[in-house]
Design a protein around this ligand. Structure first.
Ligand code: ADP
Length: 187
């Protein structure tokens, strides 16, 4: 069973995803990371991607779905995948669901829930360490958060109504959250 991780910017979703993947053998598909790789090539496509990412907007549907489809189709059936950063809106959800059912993969969702204001300082700190362009500017962070609230929350709600979502309290120390996460997943 694959996992799809949801959580607002700075929720610690990526940190928890990495720990879980390491301990239980998931391969992580990180949408933002894949897009950053494309951006780094400096190609025309890379420049298009950059223009959206640096503004905190979702890159166009056809671009992200091509990347996701190619990745999913390249995984062996017995390799579990942990998705981070996809789907982020209803159109991506439809595309994602379709690709997953075409290749016969099933998934559960995890929502890491954290208070929004507490996340901003964390992200600004991360920007200093990792040098991420879209993390350095508070206005861009707020834009990404509003995209999450307006576009991604409705996706989570739809999955909730299908009983596909496991909610985890993302407050506290990394290890405490991780223990809660494993308990919620019966791991
Ligand atoms: P965060 O979730 O903290 O905003 P990510 O690294 O996951 O950081 O995403 C950074 C940026 O990459 C987003 O603001 C957006 O521009 C782009 N991006 C990531 N995932 C997607 C996606 N599924 N669809 C469109 N754009 C995406």
């Amino acid at each position: 069973m694959d996992l799809v991780f949801f959580g607002i910017q700075g929720s610690g979703k990526g940190t928890q995803a990495k720990k879980l993947a390491e301990e239980f053998g998931y391969d992580i598909f990180e949408a933002g990371g894949e897009l950053r790789k494309i951006q780094a090539t400096g190609s025309e496509l890379g420049e298009t991607v950059r223009s959206y990412m640096s503004a905190g907007k979702l890159v166009p549907l056809d671009i992200i779905m091509r990347v996701v489809k190619e990745a999913i189709e390249s995984y062996p059936a017995d390799q579990k995948i942990l998705f981070d950063g996809i789907p982020r809106d209803k159109d991506q959800k439809s595309g994602f669901n379709e690709i997953m059912s075409e290749v016969g993969r099933d998934f559960k969702c995890v929502e890491i829930k954290v208070n929004k204001e507490a996340c901003i300082q964390r992200i600004l700190k991360r920007a200093e360490i990792e040098g991420r362009e879209d993390d350095a500017d508070e206005a861009v962070i707020r834009k990404r958060m509003s995209v999450f609230e307006e576009k991604t929350m409705p996706v989570i709600e739809e999955y909730k109504s299908q009983n596909k979502v496991i909610e985890v309290d993302g407050g506290g120390k990394i290890e405490e959250i991780y223990d809660r996460l494993k308990e919620a997943l019966n791991l």
